[in-house]
Design a protein around this ligand. Structure first.
Ligand SMILES: Cc1ncc(COP(=O)(O)O)c(C=O)c1O
Length: 415
């Protein structure tokens, strides 16, 4: 078989485009943070991870410009050899201090951090990995790269059950998201930490969506729950609250030093570009200094989440700025995002494998810079969608399975 045959025969995207509901690779021609321009029209952005809205903060913009003036646009090599600049080192020092860890290591993207670190640590002889079922793709791919024995667990109770049936694992590493990126649900880290005390495993926590949002000055979920000292490696990305690109892991100094010299995604990949490093550092400083950001963020989150819940949407237990609207059917999720955009609101669909099959959702999130008028407008749009597709009003104690969804209803709508 020609290796490219699956590519030639793959028509899913074309079919979805032909149905007029293709939701991916939308082109933005301008962005102000809470509002972006799509097809020449301003729309309210509810589909970003810009949780503090710092992508357009004057201090962050200035830092990125200054870094370009001083270092140029790129590092043209890995940090290991020629691309290590003062900004990377300052960022690592401030992140270590901020998270209360001994040291931190900066990567060119969050994906590269998870992928590289788990790929390396998991390859340690005898390592057994326990990976939470809802983990982000970068964690899953890191566990695969390692070729370690991997056990998937579904919540702390399941992990406890699996650990109790196994002999003491000397090299077990438990890996979990702190906040699930699609549903906004926070993991019970306190319980995981109790299990760590009992079973002596190492704990790796990905706080991509909690960092900059929860905890003191945005120190994240581990801080909010008071468990940071018992998290062996703490990961977060710069591509969300820190308004940039890149990511870091923080932990004990000897571990970070080992990673610094061994992780292939550091050694064999070009360093985080100067403006990205500068933007992340400036965003971290703004986040530490400006408490009003959090006040405005949470006011907006509560207003919007309560608003959509009043309309009858099921928000899947989220307690974070991620406000998922349960849909169930994938095609309906596509249709809703298309309709919302036509009415001036940008939201994104989440379908399998980002969520379990039959649990498609429309993912929304709010930021401090959203005005009340923008959020009210969004609520009006979601009210219209609820009128148009009453199937969205589900009983959260009995979610419909994919088979139970009334698909004929959708065909009537499209006729
Ligand atoms: C939970 C989680 N971990 C890791 C990543 C990867 O981060 P980055 O975007 O910096 O590559 C993401 C981003 O989508 C994420 O949501």
């Amino acid at each position: 078989m020609d290796l490219f045959e699956p590519c030639y025969e793959w028509h899913d995207a074309e079919l979805v485009k032909a149905a007029g509901v293709y939701p991916y690779f939308r082109v933005l021609s301008a962005s102000e943070g809470p509002v972006v321009t799509v097809d020449g029209r301003p729309v309210v952005m509810l589909g970003s991870n810009n949780y503090l809205g710092l992508t357009h903060h004057p201090a962050v913009l200035r830092a990125a410009h200054d870094a370009i003036d001083r270092y140029g646009t790129g590092c043209t090599g890995s940090r290991f050899l020629n691309g290590n600049i003062e900004l990377h080192e300052s960022l690592e020092r401030e992140l270590a201090e901020f998270t209360g860890k001994e040291a931190a290591l900066v990567f060119s993207s969050g994906f590269l951090a998870n992928f590289g670190v788990l790929g390396l640590l998991g390859a340690t002889e005898g390592c057994v990995l326990f990976s939470e079922a809802g983990n982000h793709a970068s964690l899953i791919d890191g566990t695969r790269l390692s070729r370690a024995e991997v056990h998937v667990f579904d919540g702390p109770d399941d992990l406890a059950g699996q650990l109790s049936t196994q002999p003491e694992w000397r090299h077990a590493l438990v890996v979990t998201d702190a906040v699930f990126s699609m549903t906004g649900k926070v993991v019970d880290l306190k319980r995981l930490v109790e299990l760590r005390r009992k079973h002596h495993f190492r704990l790796y926590v990905d706080d991509a969506h909690g960092f900059g949002v929860l905890g003191r000055q945005g120190r994240g979920v581990t801080d909010a729950l008071g468990v940071t000292p018992e998290v062996d490696l703490l990961f977060a990305t710069f591509s969300k609250s820190l308004a940039s690109l890149g990511g870091f892991v923080a932990g004990e100094r000897p571990v970070i030093d080992y990673l610094r010299h061994k992780v292939r995604t550091v050694i064999f990949s070009a360093a985080l570009p100067p403006p990205s490093a500068a933007a992340a550092l400036a965003a971290l400083r703004v986040m530490r200094e400006d408490g009003s950001l959090f006040e405005r963020l949470w006011e907006n989150v509560h207003f919007f989440r309560e608003g959509v819940e009043k309309l009858g949407y099921y928000t899947m237990g989220s307690t974070t700025p991620i406000v998922p609207l349960f849909v169930g059917s994938e095609s309906l999720a596509f249709r809703l995002c298309r309709d919302a955009l036509q009415m001036g609101v940008f939201a994104t669909p989440a379908i399998f494998p980002a969520v379990p099959l039959g649990q498609a959702l429309m993912r929304t999130s709010v930021i401090p810079a959203h005005t009340r008028a923008q959020l009210k407008k969004a609520l009006e749009v979601f009210a219209t969608l609820m009128d148009r597709y009453p199937v969205l009003r589900v009983d959260s104690t009995h979610l419909p399975t994919a088979e139970e969804m009334d698909f004929s209803y959708l065909f009537e709508q499209s006729a």
